[in-house]
Unconditional design. Structure first.
Length: 286
């Protein structure tokens, strides 16, 4: 595929590196987000900037105009479904050739009782039924979330930390998304994407502590009910969701990365230790 690709949610954790990876693969890229100042800080030439909310149909009309592809990478929530509906309606009318969407590794019917999974499952079904060539990416946890468990001079693991996760580097994921737009075989496919090694949540937090915050002597485990109560008292929805997500993954399977995903898109190779060393170098240089 050749032409211009719109990245919705380009200022986010996944959107920014994906936009850059698409540009590096020869695509012209238009980035969309609600915060124009942040977009301008993050992206200069050769990126085009479109300011607006994906839940606003008129903003989507303007953003998609002239694009042959759209990548959707927005924060989960009930409004995500409305955004996807808007994108599909406009994309279909304007002749977009390819839609890609970031879902999640455990997004399956049997797990739809978890709100985030339910929303993403509905979005996947809409995309698959829209009549536009699509690629759905179902990544696992990203390494970039691990430092969120080490804050305010304390490292905390919610629950016992025994769940094992194939943590994935955002840079590896972005490269896979960009590559998918160049390969016809990835059309009308869903790919579960996992990192190279399974590590317990506790161990991942402990490695992060040791590498980036060696002054913190240990990881403190916090029962899930205590963590949820603390999040409520502190009015921290982000922490509350993190607790809910840990509890959820204690009950479901992460799944496996299909051989077809590795064959077409390449297998993620960044290990957690390598990622932490790179992160340490960035902090030191700052």
């Amino acid at each position: 595929m050749e032409g211009k690709v719109l990245v919705i949610g380009a200022s986010g954790l996944l959107g920014q590196p994906t936009a850059r990876a698409l540009s590096e693969n020869g695509f012209r890229v238009r980035v969309m987000g609600r915060n124009g100042e942040r977009l301008r800080q993050l992206f200069g030439e050769p990126f085009e900037i479109s300011i607006g909310d994906a839940a606003d149909r008129s903003a989507i009309d303007q953003a998609i105009e002239g694009c042959v592809g759209v990548h959707i990478s927005v924060a989960h929530g009930p409004m995500e479904l409305e955004m996807v509906k808007n994108v599909l309606q406009v994309a279909g009318a304007l002749g977009v050739n390819r839609i890609s969407y970031v879902s999640g590794t455990s997004v399956r019917e049997e797990n739809s009782w978890f709100p985030m999974v339910g929303w993403k499952l509905q979005a996947e079904k809409l995309i698959q039924a829209a009549g536009i060539k699509y690629t759905v990416f179902k990544p696992t946890w990203f390494m970039e979330v691990i430092p969120n468990f080490v804050k305010n001079r304390i490292a905390v693991c919610f629950g016992h930390g025994e769940i094992r996760i194939h943590f994935l580097a955002v840079s590896d994921f972005a490269a896979m998304v960009a590559k998918a737009f160049t390969i016809d075989e990835t059309q009308d496919q869903s790919f579960r994407i996992l990192g190279p090694e399974a590590i317990s949540l506790y161990e991942a937090i402990d490695r992060c502590r040791a590498t980036l915050h060696p002054h913190i002597k240990k990881v403190t485990t916090m029962p899930l009910w205590v963590a949820k109560l603390a999040a409520t008292v502190k009015r921290s929805p982000e922490t509350g969701f993190a607790v809910d997500l840990v509890r959820y993954f204690e009950q479901v399977q992460e799944g496996e990365m299909q051989p077809e995903a590795a064959r077409l898109l390449g297998k993620p190779e960044t290990t957690l230790d390598r990622w932490l060393e790179l992160k340490k170098g960035q902090i030191t240089s700052e």
